[in-house]
Design a protein around this ligand. Sequence first.
Ligand code: HBI
Ligand code: FE
Length: 287
Amino acid sequence: MAHDSLTRPPEAASDWTVPQDWGRYTVEEHAVWDTLFARQSALLPGRAAPEFLAGLDILHLSRPGIPDFAELSERLMKATGWQVVAVPGLVPDDVFFDHLAHRRFVAGRFIRRADQLDYLQEPDVFHDVFGHVPMLAHPVFADYMQAYGEGGLRAMRHGAIDKLARLYWYTVEFGLVRSGDGLNIYGAGIVSSRGESLFALDDPSPNRIGFDMERVMRTRYRIDDYQQVYFVIDSFDALLRATLETDFAPLYARLGDQPDLAPGDLLPGDRLLTRGTQAYAMARAGA
Ligand code: HBI
Ligand code: FE
């Protein structure tokens, strides 16, 4: 997603952060958080990765109301050295990567309206804090997110942001992880969405493919509907190792010579866990 068209709002600092102004949230806004939290908490046991559920506990996120980032950051800092900072919305890529590289997770401070419970385009505080922050309490994932930020700053020098954004998309946002003989959710975009928390694991429509760095970086994604493919990591250790061990310069060069893949494409070399019917995507395309 190219964010160079963004202009920094006057109230934002040079690093695009703004005060959360926790005291300004209304009773209705806290109630929206509580409604979303209750829905997802009822749904996620057995579906979300145990590491995600542990993060909810470690960070006391089951307390009612929108979390105060100062309190949340105090606990998170003790766990993995991360903190949560408020931003007005999407920030430019270089700003985003720099925050991640310094263990600062940027979270939107606004929350969706009660009539937008099921979907919204811009990441709000529920998507960012409920979706992304619990995994930051897990040391290996916390290291992965910082490595991703550092990689992002390098990718900019190779003009490879779009390739690296796909890694973020298919892991941090929409990743699945093996758990015993099943699959669990760890991606924030899934775990913060009731519909996709069901669809990603249960629906026969999407492909589910074993994670491979080059394959992920070749694969386009959609931002407007459920994913047509989910990539599955064997473990968070494996994801961190893959990121630290990849020599990205030659990989970006190889990627430059190969055509991108559409979200629903399959390759002979894919480690295919589910060959999807793509029925959902076809129905939506035909609608
Ligand atoms: N800004 N606030 C915010 N949140 C994001 O998730 C985000 C962003 N800017 C850029 C971005 N994500 C992605 O395009 C990067 O992966 C490149
Ligand atoms: Fe997100």
